[in-house]
Design a protein. Structure first.
Length: 192
């Protein structure tokens, strides 16, 4: 656990200092919206970015405008339980605990069918095999362990490393999208 905490500190500092963030966000959103996974799914499980994460608001709007179902996660408890709720626009989002943007559960419907969906997964950093360094609460690892769709990590290239320290609960993503393209993690980060 100490190793992961040290890595979190290191990569958060790198992320805080990413240059040309808006340009990189635009490229990442373009690669995501033009990916086959995105084009072929019916539902996209997004996240609402924190201030220094890859901002996906463009992709969220694009998906809604192209008649895809869009959902965002809500952290249900402190034990790592997370549920997704459909949104019809970014106006369905409110600021929840820790400044995280989440769907308003009083007006949004809970997702109960994950077929033909893809999941966009945030992280502090990724390695080339799709393992992520998360925030340490286990929300995504718990969700992804039961999720059977395609998982896509989005991250600035500066935050994709050769290999991270992993443990038995870590679940890799299938693809990583950076400002430089879409990469299959099955191929160790080579273009897929």
């Amino acid at each position: 656990m100490q190793v992961k905490n040290e890595l979190r500190k290191k990569y958060k500092e790198i992320r805080k200092n990413v240059e040309n963030r808006n340009e990189k966000n635009t490229l990442i959103n373009d690669f995501l919206c033009n990916s086959d996974c995105f084009k072929n799914c019916d539902t996209v499980l997004f996240y609402a970015a924190l201030s220094d994460e890859v901002n996906l608001d463009f992709s969220i709007k694009y998906a809604i405008d192209n008649n895809k179902k869009v959902a965002l996660p809500v952290c249900i408890d402190n034990n790592g339980k997370m549920q997704y709720y459909y949104i019809d626009s970014l106006n369905d989002i409110e600021i929840a605990s820790f400044g995280v943007r989440e769907p308003d559960v009083n007006k949004c419907k809970e997702v109960d069918d994950f077929s033909k969906s893809i999941c966009i997964v945030p992280a502090i950093a990724y390695d080339k095999f799709g393992y992520r360094l998360g925030y340490g609460k286990g929300y995504y690892d718990r969700f992804l362990s039961a999720y059977h769709g395609i998982c896509i990590g989005v991250q600035y290239d500066e935050l994709v490393c050769e290999k991270l320290f992993i443990d038995k609960y870590d679940v890799p993503v299938d693809y990583i999208i950076t400002q430089n393209g879409v990469f299959s993690t099955k191929l160790g980060g080579k273009n897929g």
